[in-house]
Design a protein around this ligand. Structure first.
Ligand SMILES: [Zn+2]
Ligand SMILES: [Zn+2]
Length: 291
């Protein structure tokens, strides 16, 4: 007897006729091997993935994986929720490593130095995900988060790499800090979550907007409105897998092979054909990450 549970991987979508990249994924948090994930993705026209690091070890792994596989590009960073954990410790123990000693500013500086060194590697195409997360990090962690974000901006600029932004309920502060520090040449708002008004601000600044599976959610009309006004030359698509599985598979495991589901929903919103949107997205992702 077979039954579908929340752990059942969604079926393979129909292949895209124009190949695209998953601009933001976490293969190290998904089931199965890298080879399996890449093969499954390639079978439906997702021929490139950007593997995103969230802490020092994950960033090292991203760089190594990108060096080993032609189809993988890496970005490296301390996630906005990782920076406060390094400085303040992790009293709630929700990180994978569990509770750890508070390391203070010196520990953050040491971790940033590791990210800086990794950012110099040729297979590392971006610095991120960095930014601000007012949802998960409370007021006590904000100073560390902002200091880390500013440091990542500086690292991206010095190495000439793309800056990958994580912005959760922090739109105004993220845009303000980018202005204050001076943004790098290429900036990608991963899992874009602003409204149409903010999309115009991003477009004006030339920031890329990467849309994830949540653009398909019923309650996400403001996000679809943002996509509708975003210039096609600044639009990317991502899974952020294993998170944010697109409808109608919400709650089940996400992976790069599900990009066609989100891209087709996006094509509908923009009024572009699937092929035209895929062609634009493929070019945009290569331009954003310089590969
Ligand atoms: Zn993120
Ligand atoms: Zn992510």
């Amino acid at each position: 007897m077979s039954s579908t549970t929340k752990d059942t991987p969604p079926p393979l979508p129909e292949p895209l006729r124009v190949a695209v990249a998953d601009s933001h994924t976490h293969l190290d948090m998904q089931n199965g091997t890298v080879e399996e994930a890449l093969a499954k993705a390639a079978s439906v026209g997702v021929t490139t993935v950007v593997q995103v690091g969230c802490d020092v070890n994950g960033s090292r792994w991203a760089a190594e994986t990108a060096a080993a596989y032609e189809a993988v590009h890496a970005t490296v960073a301390l996630h906005p929720n990782e920076a406060p954990r390094i400085v303040l410790g992790d009293p709630d123990g929700w990180s994978r490593q569990g509770a750890r000693e508070a390391g203070g500013d010196a520990a953050l500086d040491a971790a940033l130095a590791e990210i800086d060194a990794l950012a110099a590697l040729p297979h590392v195409r971006g610095v991120g995900e960095t930014g601000l997360d007012h949802f998960r990090t409370g007021p006590d962690g904000m100073a560390a988060q902002q200091r880390s974000f500013r440091a990542h901006i500086e690292i991206a600029k010095r190495h000439g790499k793309a800056l990958v932004i994580h912005d959760r309920e922090a739109h105004d502060d993220v845009l303000r800090i980018l202005r204050e520090e001076g943004a790098p040449e290429r900036v990608v708002f991963h899992c874009y979550s602003g409204d149409a008004e903010m999309a115009k601000v991003c477009a004006e600044a030339g920031y890329y907007m990467s849309f994830a599976g949540n653009v398909t959610f019923k309650n996400a009309q403001p996000l679809r409105d943002a996509l509708a006004v975003a210039p096609p030359e600044l639009v990317l698509v991502e899974t952020d897998a294993p998170f944010l599985t697109p409808a109608p598979y919400r709650g089940r495991p996400n992976a790069p092979y599900l990009i066609p589901v989100t891209l087709r929903a996006m094509a509908e919103v923009t009024g572009m054909t699937e092929e035209a949107l895929a062609t634009a997205v493929a070019a945009n992702t290569a331009r954003a990450f310089g590969y």
